[in-house]
Design a binder for this molecule. Structure first.
Ligand SMILES: *[C@@H]1O[C@H](CO)[C@@H](O)[C@H](O)[C@H]1NC(C)=O
Length: 154
């Protein structure tokens, strides 16, 4: 009787070990998958030049942006809003912004951004609100932005 019981325990233990192994394997596999929006955000932040280190919790190797990243709002697992006003950024707006295909609202007002406005932004067709005021951008608004038919606030 006790022999049968311990054999049952042994089998149960092996089964649980196997289950834990599968779980860990699955987790590491999924977290190694590329997070396109997380990587895009890292590229964007690096180009913005956050020399005052205002944004410190963005890390695409840790969790996806929709879990806990500051300044980021998601809907259905996609980044829909980026609120980065008044952070003293002194770089440029990276063309990688267009990788955030589901972006509805982008606020970068009151920074020291310079350079030209990216053409690629014209492909973010969901964009409704765009605030780039009080920066040092140069040049004209790219013609591609004419495609932004949902834009209500510029
Ligand atoms: C980032 O900004 C700082 C402060 O404005 C500046 O000194 C530095 O050269 C900039 N870095 C790049 C890569 O533009």
């Amino acid at each position: 009787m006790s022999g049968a019981l311990s054999s049952w325990h042994l089998h149960m233990k092996l089964f649980l070990n196997w289950l834990i192994f599968l779980l860990l394997f699955g987790l590491s596999y999924s977290s190694n998958g590329p997070d396109v929006e997380g990587e895009a955000l890292i590229e964007i932040l690096s180009a913005l030049n956050d020399s005052n280190k205002r944004v410190t919790d963005w890390n695409s190797h840790f969790v996806s942006p929709c879990f806990s990243w500051s300044h980021v709002t998601c809907k259905d697992g996609n980044v829909v809003s980026l609120s980065l006003a008044s952070n003293g950024f002194s770089g440029i707006l990276s063309p990688s912004i267009a990788k955030l295909k589901f972006l509805v609202s982008l606020d970068l007002h009151d920074n020291n951004l310079f350079g030209e406005l990216p053409y690629s932004l014209g492909s973010i067709l969901h964009l409704q609100s765009l605030n780039l005021a009080h920066n040092n951008f140069e040049g004209a608004i790219p013609s591609t932005w004419g495609q932004l038919s949902n834009l209500k606030h510029l």
